[in-house]
Design a protein around this ligand. Structure first.
Ligand code: HEC
Ligand code: HEC
Length: 455
């Protein structure tokens, strides 16, 4: 009898041990793959960097007058596109040349003076958008160039309706979810027509996010941090088009290019770590990673597997406001799920989830700051929650990246200071949760960090 008890104890011991580090399997929900539109990556790149997915923008001559000519030409473009930064395209409609903002405003950033397409831009400043007033410039345009003004009007209308609502508490975080929500509120779900008055309630708070790296999309079955974007993913890329779209005819034309844009996004590879990697430590780190992390984040290398798992808030415990407050907002989700976007045999759909998707970690060395709200400046601090600064300040004026930590060089402050200081005590800006690295020893953490640099 006694023997049996010891034997049965021995039998459950591995289970007990494994429970200590890994959550129960039933907590984690796999997202199934869905059929995607066929697409041509080269055509997608062409459309992204020269295309007219918005048909209205700032008249070219006014744009150049206000901003001067951009001289970097990172994208090596020709003609007038060479004179505007990589986040803008020059388009011509009815004889009017206009400048439109593109995806690369938010989805490209420089590193060591090279533009990396797909790297989230963490230097944009949305912290004082309510103070931006372009009404006098618009009036000048209306008086002096009525034809240009008429073409630019849909853009100015959308700009003035959305920009004041996009103000974030600190610089460096992104209000794209908010933008989508405000645009949706001003559009009829079926005809997509603009209404000056919002038609659905817009939640009060602006919840900030980081910008996810595009090269992860080739592995992901769902889009956005809570994984609530499902089905025909190219359709979600169209959401920015709601800024100026005039009707469904135009939406259909623009939409016909987004299969190509998605194919381009899914063709991107993460940038390689530029420093030297300690191979012995990295190999030890791989073992620790596979024991503690790969269950959610997958395995890497030639036969790597990414499991596409949704992790509930009860397990991940990171800031809940994005998945809970924003990505489950009923008016927003209902609008989308009954809209023009969900037509066809293989529709796009929003499926809210109370938690976050465990992202692939390819190229994670360069995607600081970390967690969905960009609240943790270094990878070292993701793995050791005691090192996470409550208030931290960075330099936005040039690349301030520490490839050894790796992460953003920052100064920890004892009190929050103005808008250039990340304040993790604000709602939506919290740096709590994801405590999986805390259970490791210092050596194990160092080795895992070394391994993460190889991904
Ligand atoms: C104002 C900044 C901004 C612009 C402009 C923008 N995006 Fe994004 N994008 C974001 C942010 C922020 C997220 C993450 C939102 C979330 O999950 O809550 C995101 C998410 C995505 C994702 C999902 C990535 C993932 O791993 O889930 C894709 C793909 C994407 N955007 C493509 C595009 C394309 C294509 C365009 C242009 C047509 C575009 N975006 C324009 C900020 C922007
Ligand atoms: C139970 C599943 C789970 C386990 C185990 C886990 N993670 Fe995560 N991890 C997540 C989720 C979910 C997120 C996204 C959380 C968020 O952004 O709020 C995340 C985020 C991260 C990020 C930030 C990514 C970014 O771009 O912001 C890193 C780095 C990371 N995990 C590394 C690790 C390492 C290393 C381990 C092992 C020590 C580990 N994780 C264990 C689920 C997990």
């Amino acid at each position: 009898m006694k023997k049996l008890t010891i034997l049965s104890l021995l039998a459950v011991l591995p289970i007990l041990l494994s429970l200590r580090y890994t959550p129960a399997a039933e907590d984690l929900i796999p997202v199934p793959a869905s059929v995607q539109q066929p697409g041509d990556a080269a055509l997608g790149y062409e459309y992204l960097t020269t295309g007219d997915f918005l048909k209205s923008g700032v008249p070219y001559s006014y744009f150049i007058m206000a901003n001067g000519k951009n001289t970097t030409n990172y994208l090596n473009r020709s003609d007038r596109n060479a004179n505007v930064g990589p986040g803008y395209n020059v388009i011509t409609h009815d004889g009017v040349d206009m400048v439109i903002p593109t995806c690369l405003q938010c989805h490209a950033e420089t590193f060591e003076d090279k533009l990396i397409i797909g790297l989230g831009n963490t230097r944009l400043d949305f912290s004082s958008t309510s103070k931006i007033d372009v009404s006098s410039q618009i009036n000048v345009l209306r008086t002096l160039s009525p034809k240009q003004y008429n073409k630019a009007r849909p853009f100015f209308d959308a700009f003035t309706a959305t920009y004041p609502y996009m103000e974030t508490e600190v610089r460096g975080v992104n209000p794209a979810d908010r933008l989508a929500m405000v645009l949706v509120a001003h559009r009829d779900p079926q005809s997509l027509r603009w209404s000056d008055a919002p038609m659905i309630m817009i939640p009060e708070q602006v919840i900030p996010t980081d910008v996810p790296a595009w090269w992860l999309m080739k592995k992901k079955n769902a889009m956005f941090y809570s994984g609530f974007g499902r089905g025909d993913l190219a359709k979600f890329l169209m959401l920015s088009n709601l800024l100026t779209v005039s009707d469904t005819l135009e939406a259909r034309e623009v939409s016909s290019h987004f299969g190509n844009v998605l194919a381009y996004i899914r063709s991107l590879e993460p940038p390689k770590y530029p420093g030297t990697i300690d191979k012995v430590k990295a190999e030890k780190g791989r073992v620790v990673f596979n024991d503690n992390c790969s269950r959610c984040h997958g395995t890497y290398g030639a036969d790597g597997q990414y499991p596409n798992l949704l992790v509930p808030l009860s397990t991940i415990a990171t800031d809940s406001l994005l998945c809970y407050g924003v990505q489950q907002s009923k008016p927003f989700v209902d609008w989308f799920n009954q809209s023009w976007f969900v037509q066809g045999d293989n529709p796009a759909q929003l499926v809210p989830f109370n938690g976050y998707i465990a992202p692939p970690l390819d190229g994670v060395w360069i995607t600081a700051p970390y967690l969905h709200n960009g609240s943790v400046p270094t990878l070292e601090a993701v793995l050791n929650s005691k090192l996470r600064p409550q208030y931290w300040q960075r330099n936005f004026s040039h690349d301030e990246y520490d490839i050894n930590k790796p992460g953003i060089k920052y100064t920890a402050l004892t009190v929050p200071e103005a808008k250039h200081c990340y304040n993790t005590t604000l709602p939506g800006y919290g740096n709590m949760g994801h405590y999986f690295g805390d259970a490791l020893t210092d050596d194990e953490r160092k080795n895992v960090l070394e391994y993460l640099k190889t991904l």
